[in-house]
Design a protein around this ligand. Structure first.
Ligand SMILES: [Ca+2]
Length: 483
């Protein structure tokens, strides 16, 4: 069957949860294979400096939809509610004649009765909260239902079924929002022999001792050797690995076991991306459909001895972003300019022939379409602003911070003084700065914030941080140093 061709492009937006770029083949993964994602990348563009602006689930989703920072859309943490007065790009597309649908993870407040659901879409079916991997409960416009099967397959089935029902000439925007590969990892049984324990290469920073860091890194309870909850793994740690003297062996044991689960869960995502690409091939939809694959943020794959995300450090900051649009984006394109999740909405609206400033007046991003098409605008931003608000949460104890990243450096300020939001701690911590030279020290192991040789670049980045906070109208924390 061939779908009618619309004048404007369709969008298929595939979003996963916590899929780090360094677990994707075309990004140089050392730990797994993702043939279908690689196939998507080869046919279009791979963004190599795509970053989130707040590395946690709900906030990134709100920024993607609305093209705004957390302090504008209200979703500073997973506990906060989106401000539905802030418009989002699927609404704007729908108002301009697009058919819209969203299946899978929403996680913007739908888990409580009477809270908003994705009702601005023509069709939707979502998990409550994080959702479940097997036989998941799902919320529909008519109530809740339990759907037999595996979540990643189900979300794809719902998406392709919806495409099957579309026969008009209007363009569509289909958002396929997988819950995978979020913890606790539960792979599909057919993948349970992949990446066996003992076979997975270790990251260079697995045994990071945080020697030059602020106390924030030491305080975070995201260490695979100490903090990974039992329910995240299929097997319990052997008791002989307990104790400080067995720390190295224990770290290695946890690394192999947890990354196995993670990578197996990713494999189903890759399979299902392949199903979507095959569907588009089989239905004459390739030429006029923009296909995007991204994840709400990255993830520590044992990097720095951690799992989870939250920090502005590279592994969690970086988002994979692959996009195919035949005729507009040349196969094999790579983009090095800094693009953030706040830019996505403007990019999609621009690609669909709408003026982002007109239909999304609250948007703070900029269309990256020229970059995808191989142009290099002279005035493209050379830095990004980041802010993690969920201060000292009871499970991970990551401190609130903000920072700026350029192509060569990153400045971070942990303003943790006990005034965090949304159920966070009232414990008091010393504020702290970190500065990294990303060229000399890409793994961010040496904090040079107090190195006299770095004083000039630090001062420059402090000015840039203040400029970005003013530009985005975020309010620096009260304990920020003056100036
Ligand atoms: Ca996430």
């Amino acid at each position: 069957m061939t779908h009618p061709r619309s004048e404007r492009p369709n969008i298929v937006f595939i979003l996963t949860d916590d899929h780090a770029a360094h677990a994707i083949g075309c990004y140089g993964s050392q730990v797994n294979q993702t043939p279908h994602l690689d196939r998507l990348a080869a046919a279009g563009a791979r963004l190599d400096a795509c970053f989130c602006t707040n590395a946690i689930c709900s906030p990134s989703r709100a920024s993607i939809l609305s093209g705004t920072y957390s302090h504008v859309n209200g979703v500073t943490s997973i506990y906060s509610q989106i401000d539905y007065r802030v418009p989002n790009f699927p609404q704007a597309l729908r108002e301009s004649g697009y058919r819209t649908a969203l299946f899978g993870k929403w996680h913007l407040g739908e888990q409580e009765p009477h809270l908003p659901r994705p009702e601005d879409f023509d069709a939707w079916q979502v998990f409550p909260g994080q959702g479940e991997y097997f036989d998941p409960e799902m919320i529909t416009a008519d109530g809740t239902t339990r759907v037999p099967g595996y979540a990643t397959d189900i979300v794809t089935d719902l998406s392709l079924d919806w495409l099957d029902q579309q026969s008009g000439a209007e363009p569509f925007c289909l958002m396929i929002h997988h819950k995978a590969p979020h913890r606790p990892w539960q792979p599909h049984p057919k993948h349970r022999d992949l990446y066996p324990v003992g076979s997975i290469p270790e990251p260079a920073t697995l045994f990071d001792d945080y020697e030059t860091r602020s106390d924030a890194a030491r305080a975070a309870t995201m260490k695979i050797a100490d903090d990974l909850p039992d329910h995240d793994l299929r097997v319990a740690m052997p008791p002989e690995l307990a104790g400080e003297e067995n720390r190295e062996e224990r770290t290695r044991w946890f690394y192999q076991h947890y990354l196995r689960e993670y990578l197996q869960t990713v494999q189903s995502v890759d399979d299902n991306v392949g199903r979507v690409l095959d569907y588009l091939d089989d239905h004459g939809l390739v030429d006029n459909t923009i296909v995007v694959y991204t994840s709400d943020q990255g993830f520590f794959l044992g990097d720095h001895g951690w799992y989870d995300k939250r920090f502005i450090y590279e592994e969690s900051l970086r988002m994979p972003f692959l996009v195919r649009w035949p005729g507009r984006i040349s196969p094999g394109t790579t983009v090095d300019e800094i693009i953030t999740n706040v830019d996505f909405a403007a990019t999609f609206l621009d690609a669909c022939g709408l003026k982002p400033g007109d239909v999304l007046p609250t948007g703070q991003g900029r269309s990256a379409l020229p970059l995808l098409e191989g142009e290099r605008p002279d005035d493209w931003p050379r830095s990004l602003y980041y802010r993690y608000w969920e201060h000292d949460d009871p499970n991970h104890h990551a401190w609130a911070h903000y920072g700026v990243r350029t192509a060569t450096h990153k400045l971070i300020y942990f303003y943790a003084d006990g005034l965090g939001t949304d159920g966070s701690s009232d414990r008091v911590f010393p504020p702290a700065w970190e500065l990294y030279d990303l060229v000399a020290d890409p793994n961010e192991l040496t904090n040079i914030a107090d190195d006299p040789a770095a004083a000039e670049i630090r001062a420059e980045l402090e000015r840039e941080l203040a400029r970005l906070q003013e530009r985005y109208e975020d309010v620096p924390h009260a304990t920020s140093p003056p100036g």
